[in-house]
Design a protein around this ligand. Structure first.
Ligand code: MN
Length: 262
């Protein structure tokens, strides 16, 4: 556990801001605030219609961001990014102020209620940010992975069609709200997992150890993501989603997670 990944005081927050301005080739983190949607609301049709994307982005996603800021303010916690926050949410120490004491904090850890609110709202924000990033208008790019990413998918799953089949099967099998993921870990390579609710693979200590990793692709399995357009038919929603996956962006993330340590 690396304490530099989370920042609990004004001074370290400033240090984090300075780090963020350093000339890194591409930032892999997710900021605390909602970034603009990288396309028009209607750009993913017919996979997702404009009204659904608008409601999903402006209502569901925005609510997570607003509630994340509320819970962080309630415990006087600042973070450089939501991704760095979620990596450490199970290990964050409580502040010694009254608001935390009143919630019955155990020494050494945030109160369960606060931690859960960070998992839900921080996860909801981060997961949706990645979901939007990893989609692009149909026909705007390649319909399959290329280069090193394609080779890594072949190595891990046998072929691209076999990967699609395995990913779809995992997404279909997942019970209740959650997410399907393609993630990377040095000792495992690429692997598929699903998480419940708004958890994600970065949440070490929250997800099973075997499913901890750095995500490079995700699919929203909450009903609000596919009903009523797909009338609750998750398999149709999954099948349609492949036509809007932003493979160059996924390849960019693969490049980052395989060449950086955090
Ligand atoms: Mn959603």
């Amino acid at each position: 556990m690396n304490r530099r990944h989370f920042l609990t005081s004004g001074a370290s927050f400033l240090a984090g801001a300075a780090l963020a301005d350093s000339p890194l080739p591409q930032r892999s983190g997710v900021p605390l605030d909602q970034e603009p949607l990288p396309y028009d609301f209607g750009a993913l049709e017919p996979f997702l219609d404009a009204a659904m994307v608008k409601e999903h982005y402006q209502k569901h996603h925005a609510a997570y961001v607003a509630d994340l800021h509320k819970v962080l303010a309630s415990v006087h916690l600042q973070a450089a990014s939501v991704s760095s926050l979620l990596k450490t949410v199970e290990f964050l120490p409580p502040r010694s102020d009254r608001s935390v004491m009143n919630l019955g904090a155990q020494p050494g850890r945030l109160p369960e209620q606060v931690k859960q609110a960070i998992r839900t709202n921080g996860g909801g924000h981060m997961n949706h940010t990645l979901f939007w990033r990893y989609m692009a208008p149909p026909g705007s790019g390649p319909d399959a992975p290329e280069g090193k990413l394609a080779a890594a998918i072949n190595d891990a799953f046998g072929s691209f069609p076999r990967f699609r089949k395995a990913f779809a099967a995992a997404a279909l099998k997942h019970v209740g709200p959650g997410w399907a993921w393609l993630s990377y870990r040095p000792d495992k390579g690429l692997f598929i997992s699903t998480t419940a609710n708004e958890d994600n693979p970065l949440m070490q200590g929250s997800v099973p150890d075997a499913e901890f990793g750095r995500p490079i692709l995700c699919l929203d399995l909450w009903e609000h993501a596919y009903s009523p357009k797909y009338r609750g038919r998750r398999e149709d929603y999954i099948a349609a989603w492949w036509s809007v996956v932003n493979w160059p962006r996924v390849a960019g993330s693969y490049g980052i997670v395989t060449t950086t340590s955090s």
